[in-house]
Every structure is written in structure tokens, then in C-alpha cells.
Write a protein that binds this ligand. Structure first.
Ligand code: UD1
Length: 420
């Protein structure tokens, strides 16, 4: 049994990783798919759901609204035919950021929704003004009183919406509302992350009328109702990238299976620029980081650019590169808190506002660090694997939100990592 509040990782680092491992289903894509089940009173079945605590929290949210949820070995089944409430408790709202995704489906199906401002990682200011402005354009009255949000609509009507920023959850919430609205909605400047595209594919399977998937403009003609279906969740590109960075930071070689290489282009090209050999096939990626790693500059931006969720793991890899690398974090405004701890392990990383300057190569040494958020936790593991000696990582509950048994994946690559 694991208890992520008291468990710690002990890593004996400084060894090259090598071998093969596999990637789980995508955390974020699975969260969106689970929320989509609220849009229909028919059964929905999902394969390849990752075993992580964010999914448990999302399912608790659906159950609290009256949905039936059951697990088989292979799949998750959700039936939202008996929803008996449209109000989400504060306790559940603040557990995860994706709790905000109940808004669109509940308003679309029942004309009302209540929730509290969502939780999630402390990685900066995370407003929901884009969600609210879009819902209002579709004919919803939204009232925010301190941290409680109440939304009501007698009839959602299609509209033209231009997002101020291609917010991922904002795009999804508005699509959720528009698929059952009266008339046509055109949303421009939408997020194009692969998890969003999977969600659009799912909604189309459910009977939604959406065109423009994968582009920055979606046209949605509202339908009367949606139906049950089944879907396999896409591989987690952030988990795949984390494993690639772990192998490379130890100067190792390895192959990662069950990846969609097409979703990894920004990472693969950055690796090649850094003189790391990458061979990508349809659903596997081989890397060899035995040559000198070169410094590179990275900007974390919306897809198809380099993902913000891999900014911290990439920074650790670049401590092993020859020269000064610069990473410019352009999505979140407070996502660099992990750097102080990594510097205590021997790195030389300087912060200037949204930019970090990484001087390498630096020999890291073991340390005792906390997983500050889900991706900073992944960075801490990579630092521990690259560092000589013993590293202890605590606060694993942050990591367990998004990585399902990452220690097992790393053990397949020969890592000396133990959960106690
Ligand atoms: C999602 C992902 C997260 C990922 C992020 C960017 C989930 C549960 N989380 O978060 O892992 O790091 O996409 O790829 O899927 N913003 C506003 N107003 C809004 C909404 C967002 O100003 O109403 C700003 C945010 O403050 C941030 C930027 O937009 O600076 C990006 O946020 P967004 O794309 O919305 O991220 P999330 O959807 O919350």
C-alpha cells in the first residue's frame, strides 16, 4: 500500500539509465474525458485510464453529483443518467484544477451549476476569466461571490467567441457548453493540445457536430442530445517526455513504448538540437544521450510548442549540457520554485523573472528535497537519478497526482529508486 503523504523516495543516483519502459494513458486527456461523460445519460467506457490520484478525485466529483462509476480490469465505465445535483462542494472543487470542467456540462444539460474556484498546483496566478466570459457569451448568467461561482442559463445560444488566450480548460469548458447549445458557436484562438483534440474526437463520437478539430478555430453546431460511446485514452506525452529527460540526464540510452511520437515533436527536436540521438517511430522513441549534450534555449508555450509541464524536467537535463541554456517560461508566472532545491544539489541555475539561466555541465550530488508540485516532483526525481549519492524526495502526494508508479517505469530502466 502506498501513502503518498508519508511515503518517500530514496534514489541512489549517478548511474546511466538503460532499457525499455512504457507510458500510461494521459492524465489530462482522461480528466477531460471523464468530465465529458456528464454530457449524456448514456454509458461511456474508457480504456487506458492512468492509475493516479487526480483521476480518483475527478471520479469522486462525478459520484458526488450522482453519476455511477465502475471499474473493470480493462476499462472505466461512467453513467451520468442519474445526476441528482448540480452543486459541487468546496472540498471537491479545490482538490484539482479540472474540477472547473463540471461547469460546461452541467449548464449545458441542466441549465445550472455551482462550484468553488478550483485547486491544483501552486504554479502561479490561475484565473478563470476566459471560462466565465465565454459562458456569458453563450447566454449564461455567472455570479462569483468570493470563492463561490453560480451559473444559470435558461437557454444556451450559439455565439462567436474569441479567447484572449488559448486556455486549455477554458477551451474545453466552452466546447462542453456549445455542443448542446441552440445554434452555431464559433470559437477562435482555441487550445490545440493533443488532449483537447482527443476530447473533440470523443465528443464527435458522442454525436456532437464539431468542425475544425486541431485548428485554432472550432465551429460547433449544437445538437439536442449526446450518446454513449467508448474510447481509448491517448498516451501521456508529459510522462513520455519526463522519462526521456530522465534517461538523457543520466547520459543513458533507452526506448519508450506506447508513445505518440507525433505529439512529441517539440521535445524530440530540442533533444536533437542538444546533440541527443533520437529515433522516433509511430509508437516508440529510442534515445541515446551518450555524446556530449549541448546547451539549448527553450520557450515553454502552448502546443505545438514546448510544453510548460516539461519545463522543470528539461531544466534538470540541461544542468548536464555543455554551456549556458536559457528557458523562458511563458505560460505560468510562478513555476520555478524548484530551482532553489536543485541548486542545493550542485546545479547553477539563476532566475530572472520568467527566464532561467542554467550553467552546465554540473556534477550534481544527492540531497533531501520535496516534490513541490507534480512536475517539480518529476524534476526532483531526475535530479536524484543524475546526482551522485543518495537523494530523498518527500511530499510524494504531489507526484502521485499525475504519475502512476513512475518508480516502476524507472526501475525498468535500471534506476535504483525505492518508495518507503
Ligand atoms: C492545463 C493543464 C496543465 C497545463 C496547462 C497548459 C489540466 C488539468 N491542466 O491547465 O497541466 O500545464 O493546461 O498546458 O489539464 N488563464 C487565464 N484565464 C483563464 C484561464 C487561463 O488568464 O480563464 C491563463 C493562466 O493563468 C495561464 C495560461 O492562461 O497563465 C494557461 O492556462 P491554461 O491553458 O488555462 O491552463 P489550464 O487549462 O489550467
Amino acid at each position: 500500500m502506498t501513502n503518498s503523504h508519508t511515503d518517500i523516495f530514496t534514489i541512489n543516483g549517478g548511474y546511466m539509465l538503460s532499457g525499455k519502459t512504457e507510458v500510461n494513458g494521459s492524465k489530462n486527456a482522461a480528466l477531460y474525458a471523464i468530465a465529458a461523460a456528464l454530457l449524456t445519460n448514456e454509458k461511456i467506457r474508457y480504456y487506458n485510464i492512468p492509475d493516479i490520484s487526480d483521476i480518483d478525485d475527478m471520479l469522486d466529483i462525478l459520484k458526488s453529483l450522482g453519476a455511477n462509476v465502475s471499474y473493470n480490469n480493462d476499462y472505466l465505465e461512467i453513467n451520468a443518467n442519474s445526476i441528482d445535483g448540480t452543486s459541487l462542494s468546496k472540498e471537491l472543487s479545490i482538490k484539482i484544477r479540472a474540477s472547473i470542467l463540471v461547469l460546461g456540462p452541467l449548464i449545458a444539460r441542466f441549465g445550472e451549476a455551482e462550484c468553488f474556484l478550483p485547486g491544483g498546483d501552486a504554479i502561479g496566478n490561475r484565473p478563470i476569466d476566459i471560462h466565465i466570459a465565454g459562458l456569458m457569451k453563450l447566454g449564461t448568467k455567472v455570479n462569483v461571490n468570493q470563492d463561490k461561482l453560480i451559473a444559470k442559463s435558461t437557454q444556451l445560444s450559439g455565439s462567436k467567441i474569441v479567447l484572449d488566450y488559448p486556455s486549455v480548460l477554458g477551451t474545453i469548458n466552452l466546447v462542453f457548453a456549445a455542443v448542446l447549445a441552440n445554434g452555431t458557436t464559433i470559437i477562435t484562438n482555441v487550445a490545440t493540445e493533443p488532449e483537447v483534440t482527443m476530447l473533440l474526437d470523443l465528443l464527435i463520437l458522442m454525436g456532437a457536430n464539431i468542425t475544425g478539430s486541431g485548428s485554432q478555430t472550432l465551429t460547433i453546431i449544437g445538437v439536442k442530445r449526446l450518446f454513449g460511446t467508448e474510447l481509448r485514452i491517448i498516451p501521456d506525452r508529459i510522462e513520455a517526455g519526463t522519462l526521456m529527460m530522465a534517461i538523457a540526464a543520466t547520459r543513458g540510452t533507452g526506448t519508450i513504448f506506447n508513445v505518440c511520437s507525433e505529439h512529441m515533436s517539440a521535445v524530440i527536436e530540442k533533444f536533437k538540437d542538444a546533440n541527443i540521438i533520437v529515433m522516433d517511430y509511430d509508437n516508440s522513441i529510442m534515445i541515446d544521450a551518450s555524446n556530449t549534450i549541448k546547451s539549448v534555449n527553450v520557450q515553454s508555450v502552448p502546443y505545438p510548442g514546448f510544453p510548460t509541464d516539461l519545463q522543470a524536467p528539461m531544466a534538470i537535463l540541461l544542468t548536464q549540457a555543455d554551456g549556458t541554456s536559457i528557458i523562458h517560461e511563458r505560460v505560468f508566472d510562478n513555476r520555478m520554485l524548484y530551482i532553489n532545491e536543485i541548486n542545493l544539489m550542485g546545479a547553477n541555475i539563476k532566475i530572472d523573472k520568467q527566464k532561467i539561466f542554467i550553467d552546465g555541465p554540473k556534477k550534481l550530488h544527492g540531497g533531501s528535497i520535496k516534490a513541490l508540485d507534480v512536475r517539480a516532483g518529476a524534476a526532483a526525481i531526475i535530479a536524484g537519478l543524475a546526482a551522485e549519492g543518495e537523494t530523498i524526495i518527500s511530499d510524494l502526494f504531489h507526484l502521485d497526482r499525475g504519475y502512476g508508479k513512475i518508480e516502476d517505469q524507472l526501475k525498468h530502466l535500471g534506476a535504483k529508486i525505492l518508495r518507503k
